[in-house]
Design a binder for this molecule. Sequence first.
Ligand code: ADP
Length: 420
Amino acid sequence: MTDPTSILVVNSGSSSFKYQLIDMDAERTLASGLVERIGDDEGRAKHTVHAEPGQPGEGSAAMLEATYTRTLPIPDHTAGFRVMLEAFAEHGPALDVHPPAAVGHRVVHGGARFFEPTLITPLVEINIDELSVLAPLHNPANLAGIVAARAAFPAVPHVAVFDTAFHQTLAPEAYTYAIDAKVASTHRIRRYGFHGTSHKFVSETAAAHLGRPLSELKQIVFHLGNGASVTAIDGGRSVETSMGFTPLEGLVMGTRSGDLDPAVLFHLARREGMSIDDLDDLLNKRSGLLGLAGSNDLRDIRTAIEQGDASAVLAYEVYVHRLRHYAGAYLAQLGGADVIVFTAGVGENAPFVRAHTLDTLGFAGVEIDPERNRRAGRDGGGDGRGIHVISTDASRVTVLVVPTDEELEIARQTLAVAQG
Ligand code: ADP
């Protein structure tokens, strides 16, 4: 193992990938970037170098980061990694000073096969490819990133960290849909759950922050971003989660409907002649907040509410109604909670959503401190990492805001596998 130990984290999509080089001794991001529009005439690469604390410029956020952008054709992921290596060579940090000890890859779907971070071998790549049946948009893109990154870093271990893995602890009664068992088994139809890396990171961070053993805590974690899911976690194990066979199930999201009577699809197909692709597009891309109120961004919805827009009011009320529905359900599944955590774009930045989600839960021992709730946010105060307790001291349930950091969690898991 080299010293200092760094891990490169890669999150690859079909026409882009994001990366972060993380110094694992200080758990600090050294550089991050985005290579996008792969395959277009004009690709774009953005590389940000994060200065070390204590270096000149400290104290000014603008001077702590320097960002470099390039526009050039990037025909495929392999070319994208060459562009990334050039950015490291030109702008730093030098990869011979911070050589990645391993590369960690986000992989969306691990099916029922992968329940922990896994060293990537040719056989693992075949399995990730085969699981593309369950995640046709994501797994092939993740695999393209893996293949290209292995070519760029042939001498170090590559590790796959699966979004579904954390939820592999769900019991059969939680993951089984009540449909014909043979059909379900043939097509591997069951609930898998997603956002697992975030739910794991946030629940572990909350326990550590409170100085309480994870194994003794019942937690409900709300990951509310553009995609959104909630997980019931008992002793560090996911026991119930709102996303299912795909990330479409559960909460109202930016553009996804969440829960819906499946008969709506039969009706639309019969009445409107909508194809499967039309229905997929409707529920995944044109529903949720966007479908109800014309924007997938809660900030816009809030502004529209202030301007008296009735569709924005209804969209927000539907959004909160569903959050309460799950809060109640998971309190029942867990038999009460010790900790409730909010994370991701909405969870970290929208105090009004946190308050409205929980304000009927006084009977279950949940009491929010309005001032603490108002102050908590991604950037402000807390313990320096943005962690805030927003419940009152008397509240039986401790409510926290914990910024998620999926890249750091992937890096930790990758390092653990690389060190064997
Ligand atoms: P993703 O799921 O794409 O990773 P994020 O977790 O970054 O997304 O969440 C993005 C969403 O967070 C935005 O679409 C917006 O709805 C919400 N958001 C971000 N900042 C705020 C804010 N200050 N107030 C309310 N909502 C916010």
